[in-house]
Design a protein around this ligand. Sequence first.
Ligand code: G
Ligand code: G
Ligand code: MN
Ligand code: NA
Length: 255
Amino acid sequence: HCLESRLRHALEAEELFLHYQPQVDLRDDSLIGGEALVRWQPPGEDPISPGEFIPVAEESGLVLPLGERVLDLALGELRGWLDAGCACPHHGIAVNVSPHQFRLADFVQRVEAALQRHGVPARALTLEITEGAVVRDLGDTIAKMHALRELGVTFAMDDFGTGYSSLSQLRQLPLDTLKVDRAFIRGVNEQPRSAALVGSILDMARNMELYAIAEGVETAAEHAFVADRGCEAYQGFLHARPMVGEEFARRLPTR
Ligand code: G
Ligand code: G
Ligand code: MN
Ligand code: NA
């Protein structure tokens, strides 16, 4: 596979870096966190989007070294911001974790080692998992989540409602946050069914005492809809696109 061998090379050549997308409180736009999103810029060529290379990474197993690199990059940058006098937003920095990473027997130890390597407190890290992590081995997933929560790491369910997990599985997961997928947000002002679905997801999040973040909010009307339905926070182009770390750090509170 051509893209696979290029990605393998990109990992060695350190062509991957991160953008950060602010996550803000729906009431006052104050920063509550940020999501780290991997970027690939082959020198002298057009950037390749994660929508293209993450599936290749998943299929080839390269998502394991890639995920390790992303965690290292995020914690390293965060350490730098803390050293420069910034404070971490209360919801922490969110890093996406692939189901393959989560299934590693030593996943908990790897995360703990990365936190120690960078001297970052565990409460500054949120891991975004997808329903794919849950479907294979629920018991194992729950045990690893509990072990990481013990350290202070928090968990968000990403892309909620787009995968194959069941509500009975969701109920058993020690989650802190539910992220409402942008595919549902997109239609809220045109399609009554999208509106009903997002409203119901937000009701469920509240009843389960989960913090809710709406993803992909692009318009004032979408913002008003999720705010009215009791969502706590959002990320989306309406507030800000993903940006380089240096720019994101300027939005962090100071200590
Ligand atoms: O950044 P963008 O919105 O284009 O991301 C596209 C997809 O790639 C999203 O589904 C996102 O979850 C995924 N993605 C982005 N960064 C990472 C990462 O560091 N690890 C994993 N596993 N997926 C990521
Ligand atoms: O799957 P995940 O939620 O990790 O993916 C986040 C992706 O969503 C990133 O690729 C990011 O660039 C994208 N994204 C964030 N905000 C918006 C938005 O308002 N509109 C669109 N179309 N994409 C967005
Ligand atoms: Mn995500
Ligand atoms: Na998502």
